[in-house]
Design a protein around this ligand. Structure first.
Ligand code: ATP
Ligand code: MG
Length: 179
């Protein structure tokens, strides 16, 4: 379902960097400090991560390339993830979805869907139940495997509900009850 990831000015990726994903399992290999975890951070970030700490930073703008010995810092970080939606796994009527997230130095940010500004609420709705939502087990990192094993039965149920595609009904039900 995930086709492509493009980073511009995100952490160590100052230049536009593009990763194309083949079907199946993806493994990222490279020397220490080469940016493997930064790629995982980019995936978490674009899926709506709001906690700078879980992205190994102090504040959200810390994901912006902050310069090196040969290069000055940048003013914006941008991540674009392209999803194959031919099977309509996302709540979106189109064969491909390009999701973009940007953040600027002042902490302001925005989301775009296929190049058009979008609200975070609509994006969350689009991803609910797809198995790709934030906190879903589709991305299991070092550390989170343990978290899954020690989670309470209730928390673990939430993780599996999201992965199984039923949490969207629970959220909708809660919305309805609130009205
Ligand atoms: P390891 O194998 O040790 O886990 P890794 O490949 O996961 O390494 P990362 O943690 O992804 O490495 O990358 C670390 C590098 O990213 C460091 O060199 C750090 O300086 C750089 N980096 C992190 N944030 C930024 C930023 N905002 N601007 C520029 N460089 C950054
Ligand atoms: Mg790492």
């Amino acid at each position: 379902m995930l086709k492509r990831l493009e980073l511009i000015g995100f952490k160590s990726f100052a230049d536009k960097t593009r990763f194309d994903f083949a079907p199946g399992v993806t493994a990222v290999v490279g020397p220490n400090g080469s940016g493997k975890s930064n790629i995982v951070d980019a995936v978490k970030w674009i899926l709506g991560e709001q906690s700078a700490k879980s992205l190994r930073g102090g504040e959200m703008s810390d994901v912006i390339f902050n310069g090196s010995s040969t290069r000055k810092s940048l003013g914006m970080a941008e991540v674009t993830m392209t999803f194959d939606n031919a099977k309509r796994q996302l709540n979106f009527d189109g064969d491909e979805v390009q999701l973009t997230r940007r953040v600027y130095r002042d902490g302001q940010g925005e989301y775009l869907v296929n190049g058009t500004l979008a609200r975070l609420k609509d994006i969350k709705e689009m991803f609910l139940g797809s198995g790709a939502g934030q906190g879903a087990y589709s991305i299991i990192e070092q550390g989170r495997v343990d978290a899954l094993l020690v989670a309470s039965t209730k928390d673990r149920r939430h993780i599996f509900e999201e992965a199984a595609g039923i949490s969207r009904f629970r959220v909708r039900k809660m919305d309805t009850l609130r009205k």
